[in-house]
Ligand binder design. Structure first.
Ligand code: FCB
Length: 458
């Protein structure tokens, strides 16, 4: 089969994604409260080069220019997140609503709609208000109600114009990295806290789904899950042992199933049940499993684990084996795994799928002419959209694809070192330079639209 020419549904959504802390900057402006990522990034040694999101892409001030860039690309949708501490500086409405913060998202949504771009709003992309972390964060069961109150505020102010909502972005990443590996805030390594966080995030998801459903007419609600094959590797290049395979199985249960299984299927994976039990009350599974309209998948490439008894969960995160194809920043590249992930998720959850993130990171800079010729990214996107087409041709109900990301941005622990944008950001001047991949993506969208209208394409 030709992997690049399979036909997609005519109303297929082509978009781009970002997240608040990664692009907005203006961290201390107009009444925004601190988030856990402000605290974390300001601690010495946490982030490569000591980078922080204080300024980031200055999107808070340059949003109109960024929306214009999206319009130039011709995308039909933009997934962004609201910074909870920008609208609720202390986390809960009883401690003060920040009108200036809400006004920013108001302007952004109006700007998007004016440009013909559908806003896809994610409530949580990891920037928890520090004030709520100080009250226990995700380990405190009350957070489900705090999250529902936040969702109600956002729904009441933006729900007249925003119809696509995601509750969470990649819950397994911020819980696993935050409560077990120590790579994300709060940086603890404590199993009971990890299990509590799993369950409370799921309760918060269910509560927010109900709030959005009740308050937004015509809402299309989902959650964004990372999903990729978890493969076992042995120590020091040795073939994986049975214990390494078991380790990869636990990672798979956490990474791919700890959130979508309870949210969509109504149960936790077997291996997590004993850990969750102390936090689970009667009626919780019904509170978590609320009807949703779509299933978001973030996918980059397979991930790897091996046994390590010195870690809380008995496994260590591992690099891809030396012979696995990898990008220049070391992430594995496997478009067939993407295709299989889409097929498997379509069969398991039976919901319309939107690929809410996919893209390639690189360390790059403009050439002597000022252009950024990111052929590696173009090749990655070409092959991955090929995998997507194959999955659709084999029956997966995939309805949209969002590139991570429109802009280079603050890449969490890697700071500004790894660039994922279709558009280059020159941080000292904040100048935006569309890369070759931006032109490639715009061109592909144009050809897809023409084909959907039945016009001949070259
Ligand atoms: C995902 C995150 C996103 C971005 C990409 C590269 O895990 O959701 O914020 O950092 O990775």
């Amino acid at each position: 089969m030709d992997k690049t020419n399979g036909r997609l549904p005519p109303d297929f959504v082509w978009g781009v994604s970002t997240a608040s802390y990664q692009i907005e900057g203006a961290a201390r402006e107009d009444g925004r409260g601190p988030s856990v990522w402000d605290t974390w990034s300001h601690e010495p040694g946490r982030i490569q080069n000591g980078d922080t999101g204080d300024v980031a892409c200055d999107h808070y001030h340059r949003w109109a220019e960024d929306v214009a860039l999206m319009k130039q690309l011709g995308v039909g949708a933009y997934r962004f997140s609201v910074a909870w501490p920008r609208v609720l500086p202390h986390g809960t409405p009883d401690r003060g609503i920040n009108e200036a913060g809400l006004a920013f998202y108001d302007r952004l949504v109006d700007g998007l709609l004016g440009a013909g771009i559908e806003p896809w709003l994610c409530l949580y992309h990891w920037d928890l208000p520090q004030a709520l972390q100080d009250r226990g964060g995700w380990t405190n069961r009350d957070i489900a109600a705090w999250f529902a109150d936040y969702a109600r505020l956002v729904a009441s102010r933006l729900g007249d114009r925003v119809k696509h909502f995601a509750t969470f972005n990649e819950p397994s990443v911020f819980t696993l990295f935050g409560y077990s590996f120590g790579w994300h805030p709060p940086g603890t390594k404590d199993l009971p806290s990890l299990y509590a966080a799993f369950h409370h995030v799921n309760l918060a998801h269910g509560a927010a789904v109900d709030v959005l459903r009740a308050n937004v007419a015509g809402a299309r609600i989902g959650a964004v899950h990372n999903r990729q094959p978890c493969r076992a590797v042995g120590k020091d290049g040795a073939p994986p042992s049975a214990a390494d395979r078991a380790a990869a199985g636990i990672l798979d249960d956490i990474w791919n199933k700890a959130f979508p299984d309870p949210q969509v299927l109504g149960h936790y994976p077997e291996s997590l049940r004993a850990g969750i039990a102390p936090h689970c009350r009667d009626g919780d599974m019904e509170r978590i499993r609320r009807p949703v309209d779509w299933f978001g998948i973030n996918h980059y490439g397979p991930i790897y684990a091996r046994e390590d008894r010195g870690t809380p969960l008995g496994f260590a995160w591992a690099d891809a084996p030396a012979d696995a194809p990898r990008s220049s920043i070391g992430w594995s590249v496997d478009p067939d795994a993407f295709r299989d992930t889409l097929l498997e998720a379509a069969a398991r959850y039976r919901l319309p799928i939107y690929v809410t993130e996919n893209g390639a990171g690189a360390v790059e800079k403009p050439d002597a002419t000022g252009a950024v010729n990111d052929s590696e990214r173009i090749e990655y996107l070409r092959r991955y959209t090929g995998g997507l087409r194959e999955a659709v041709a084999r029956g997966a109900d995939v309805r949209g694809y969002f590139v991570w990301s429109i802009l280079d941005n603050f890449e969490w622990g890697a700071g500004y070192a790894n660039r994922f944008g279709l558009v280059y950001v020159d941080y000292p001047t904040q100048r935006r330079i569309p890369k070759a991949s931006a032109h490639w993506y715009a061109d592909m969208i144009r050809r897809e639209r023409a084909a959907a209208r039945g016009e001949a394409t070259s």
